[in-house]
Design a binder for this molecule. Structure first.
Ligand code: HEC
Ligand code: HEC
Ligand code: HEC
Ligand code: HEC
Ligand code: HEC
Length: 465
């Protein structure tokens, strides 16, 4: 049976009642379906056709050290990814294996060398392919194929791979003793990144992760600021770019053997993942992720001039997405957690109101204002399994330069007759819930850390009336 047909049959069983729009994907065009990655010849390519990042390191040491430890370099070995992939692979009888591997180990996918090791319970690939999204994958990409897909959007790996001596990049005048070079406009665009940073359900095309789409509709896209300008730049320059809507510049050298350049992009590819980076020993990447998260948002508390003793006190907390080029949070919005922790205290420090506290098991107060998507399967049950997601029952994320306001109300105790009440609002973030970490990594394997992205305080006097 043709791969795509077999795949659709399986998903038809998993998601009954769906009109199968993906029939429009012609399996002949996508030999590694359900990933849309392809090679120039349409045939598998040995992983040995790609060069080891260790060779690139010889002449691009800084770039190598920036990339090594990034989530790109760890995209295959990431234990959180591995755990969810394993469940998906079992539940779909292998049907989604290539979907996940297409973006997390593109070389392992087109070389067809991904195998499951039942003893260790992990997916493996050869030495080169196991290094995830790496130098010689990105720099030998020839083209993007999204225009030819049924939905004409970058998604699910719409890239054409063409390994060989030609390394494609942003320079028109580059000369290298290590390889041939070619200018590639594609590498300077967000569509290059968007081919993997838009994850759609392969049968229904439901957009599960849509970072690229969010960016495309944003002021940044209109100002010509692309993913690279924030994620391939030192954090300070990214923050400046978000503030001024001017493209950043970072002078330097692409290689000690090359000329001075008025712009060199860095390769840390850091977003918000300060958890798995640290878990895998990439402390510098974890630190940058914290800085990035702490630059992304601002909080404003809108409170009245006074609260009245014995009466209801109301106030609002506004969260503004100041520096993320896409919604806050973005991508796995059904997994990432960003929420408001709001406290009101009297002059003695007694807590009069609290919303958004963590309990002893690490669960967020169910009444908290949480920014996320709640994903459900076709029976309406909440799910974190991308292959089962039918739709989002609710979505609350903050668009670029947009804001979101939460209202709070509490009773000002009549025993509080004067003095000031202090309102504190903290925006907190973690990569996933404690419950999900326990499920995927095992009980007690990881206490999921939280980062405080930003906070605001204000005080309001109490009067008697
Ligand atoms: C189109 C490309 C693409 C496909 C297909 C894809 N992923 Fe991912 N995946 C990503 C990107 C990009 C991220 C990073 C998003 C982020 O960090 O916010 C990611 C992150 C993840 C994470 C979070 C890891 C962490 O450390 O927090 C998990 C888990 C994951 N993917 C599982 C899967 C599974 C399982 C599949 C197959 C059903 C899959 N992915 C298919 C692109 C893809
Ligand atoms: C023997 C040294 C050497 C090795 C090994 C090497 N490079 Fe280069 N590379 C250079 C030099 C020098 C330049 C030119 C820099 C410039 O023009 O500013 C360059 C330029 C590049 C460019 C820019 C091309 C353009 O036109 O924009 C890319 C991309 C690149 N290298 C990728 C790689 C990758 C990927 C590897 C490993 C597979 C690698 N290089 C291995 C020396 C090397
Ligand atoms: C996720 C894809 C990706 C990976 C992985 C990646 N690069 Fe790049 N690289 C890019 C993009 C995109 C640019 C150009 C950005 C632009 O000009 O807009 C670039 C630029 C470059 C340049 C030109 C100088 C500069 O930094 O702007 C060199 C040289 C280079 N990369 C080498 C490497 C090496 C060596 C590795 C591995 C250690 C690597 N790249 C990994 C995407 C990648
Ligand atoms: C081959 C697919 C692919 C391409 C192309 C790609 N990425 Fe990624 N990217 C991934 C995957 C997969 C992950 C997540 C790995 C994980 O968490 O296990 C990721 C993670 C990231 C992260 C880290 C997110 C975090 O949570 O910290 C950033 C930032 C990022 N990518 C930016 C970019 C940019 C910018 C480009 C374009 C220059 C790009 N990516 C191109 C697949 C890709
Ligand atoms: C104006 C700067 C800016 C631009 C442009 C931008 N980002 Fe981000 N990005 C951020 C900041 C700040 C964060 C950290 C806050 C967060 O997690 O959303 C982030 C986070 C991320 C994350 C991690 C999200 C998470 O919580 O797991 C991914 C993945 C990502 N960006 C990918 C992209 C891609 C792909 C593009 C282009 C389509 C892009 N970004 C454009 C600033 C930017």
């Amino acid at each position: 049976m043709r791969k795509a047909a077999a795949f659709l049959l399986l998903f038809g069983l998993l998601l009954p009642g769906l009109s199968v729009s993906a029939q429009a994907y012609d399996a002949d065009n996508y030999p590694f379906f359900p990933t849309l990655l392809n090679t120039r010849t349409g045939k598998p390519v040995k992983s040995s056709e790609f060069e080891d990042p260790e060779r690139c390191k010889i002449c691009h040491r800084d770039i190598y050290l920036q990339w090594n430890g990034s989530m790109h370099s760890n995209a295959l070995v990431d234990p959180v990814f591995q755990a969810l992939w394993r469940i998906g692979d079992q539940e779909t009888d292998g049907a989604i294996r290539n979907l996940c591997s297409g973006c997390h180990t593109p070389i392992g996918t087109v070389s067809e060398e991904v195998t499951f090791d039942p003893d260790e319970g992990v997916f493996k690939a050869g030495k080169i392919a196991s290094r995830g999204v790496q130098c010689d994958f990105c720099h030998t990409v020839l083209d993007t194929t999204w225009r030819d897909t049924p939905i004409a959007q970058p998604h699910n790996g719409t890239l054409l791979m063409d390994p060989g001596d030609v390394k494609r990049g942003p320079y028109r005048d580059s000369n290298s003793p290590g390889h041939d070079t070619a200018y590639s406009e594609l590498h300077t665009t967000a569509e290059f990144c968007g081919s993997c940073h838009n994850v759609f359900h392969p049968v229904t095309n439901f957009p599960i992760e849509r970072t690229y789409d969010e960016w495309r509709q944003s002021v940044y896209s209109r100002a010509g600021i692309v993913c690279q300008d924030c994620h391939m730049m030192p954090v300070e320059k990214a923050i400046e770019a978000a503030r001024t809507l001017q493209r950043p510049r970072n002078p330097g050298k692409a290689s000690p053997l090359g000329p001075d350049r008025d712009n060199v992009y860095t390769h840390e590819f850091v977003g918000g993942n300060f958890t798995v980076t640290a878990l895998l020993g990439a402390d510098r990447h974890a630190e940058i992720a914290r800085e990035r998260l702490q630059s992304a948002a601002e909080i404003r508390i809108h409170a009245p001039e006074e609260f009245v003793s014995g009466k209801v006190g109301r106030f609002d907390v506004e969260v503004i997405n100041v520096a993320a080029g896409h919604n806050l949070p973005t991508s796995l919005t059904e997994v990432r957690q960003m929420w408001l922790d709001v406290t009101v205290r009297d002059g003695k420090g007694n807590v009069l109101f609290r919303s958004g506290a963590l309990d002893e098991e690490g669960n967020i107060d169910p009444a908290a204002d949480i920014f996320r998507a709640v994903a459900v399967d076709s029976d309406g049950n909440v799910t974190h399994k991308p292959w089962k997601i039918s739709h989002f029952a609710s979505v609350r994320t903050i668009p670029p330069k947009g804001s979101d306001t939460s209202d709070y109300a509490f009773l000002v105790p009549s025993r509080v007759k004067k003095g000031d009440l202090a309102i504190e609002a903290v925006l907190r973030y973690r990569s996933f819930s404690q419950e999900l970490a326990d499920k995927l990594l095992g009980e007690d394997a990881l206490e999921v850390p939280v980062v405080d992205m930003t906070a605001a305080v204000t005080s309001v006097p109490v009067v008697r009336k």
